[in-house]
Design a protein around this ligand. Sequence first.
Ligand SMILES: NC(=O)c1ccc[n+]([C@@H]2O[C@H](COP(=O)([O-])OP(=O)(O)OC[C@H]3O[C@@H](n4cnc5c(N)ncnc54)[C@H](OP(=O)(O)O)[C@@H]3O)[C@@H](O)[C@H]2O)c1
Length: 359
Amino acid sequence: MRRDLLCIDLDSSIKGVDNIDGFEALRPPYPVELKGEGPMEYRRVGKHGLKVSELSLGAWLTFGAQIDQDTARECMLAAYESGVNFFDNADAYASGQAEMVMGNIIQELSRSELVISSKAFWPVGPGPNDRGLSRKHLVESVNNSLRRLGTDYLDLFFCHRYDPETPVEEVVRALDDLVHQGKVLYWGTSQWRGGQIAHAVGLARQWGLYPPAVEQPQYHMFKRDVVETELVEAAHQHGMGMVTWSPLASGVLTGKYNDGIPDGSRLAQQTWLRERLTQERIAKVRQLTEVANELGASMAQLAIAWLLRLPEVSSVITGASRASQVHENLKAADLKAKLTPEVLGRIEAILGNDPNAQS
Ligand SMILES: NC(=O)c1ccc[n+]([C@@H]2O[C@H](COP(=O)([O-])OP(=O)(O)OC[C@H]3O[C@@H](n4cnc5c(N)ncnc54)[C@H](OP(=O)(O)O)[C@@H]3O)[C@@H](O)[C@H]2O)c1
């Protein structure tokens, strides 16, 4: 299955770039127009040449676990046909099954059109070296992910957390080697703090090694602090992009939990996530839903579009348990234009959690 690509006019595509060195998204006529549900913008990963769709799809808790292969395929193809090129995964998701499921679907698609990621850090076995960021585990994890995904290279590879038990020097050198081997094209961090990232970038610069190109933080309306107080600045300092996770706070930001926990929903299955559901948050979701409805959008679309207001965000990684959610969520791209300063001000007043606000 292939998307219909229109011809690219090289001259006009270059004119479509607003700011060569900055974080501005590429605008039409680049990217090419895609057959699907509306134009998807592609953003550079920081200062790097790689472009990712501003909305992407991840496999956590769904692929290989909550949903079967057919549903995963429907979700991934719905995203792909709407212009999503970036699909996120990790070695530990469903103990490797998430990569197997995604790998089967990738075989139907054109590999060069896709940006595929994986990660390592969390335990994938009982042994002391089946976790963390040691050179041994990073190399073995990448090799296993490549096998499960049925691909020769990962476009992005993330250190899934900071590992206090492995020197940053060892991590940076191991990732540099994996890039030189062609197994990883760009490497990044996930849930690292600004100072930890600066350390890794500093060592890479000192030794002429590939530095991290991208950070993957949790970022949504109820979780803003590290991104807005540290990582935006780090992105500018180091030319890194950000691909953010859990845009809907596991579904709380859809409003689906306003009146209880529906059967079959994520919070019904993952009881440990219920701490994200507080009465205060539900009250805010109710008020935000009014804003969304006035804009002719759903709560989920408002929550996702709001994240795209930051140019440092290269892509918002969405999650879905069915294709209808993918269709709904991807329409958030159309809502961006309606997020005027006045609307953003109303959202800020409801949230009341701007981490940079003077107290
Ligand atoms: N780097 C990391 O440490 C890390 C951590 C977590 C996630 N991630 C990445 O980020 C991706 C997205 O995270 P996430 O899955 O937590 O995102 P999310 O958007 O916060 O939650 C997605 C879940 O919300 C529900 N949902 C989504 N759209 C909906 C809609 N329109 N209406 C109603 N319910 C809807 C679905 O669950 P139900 O239908 O089951 O209720 C769906 O599986 C992951 O797949 C993964 O790739 C990375």
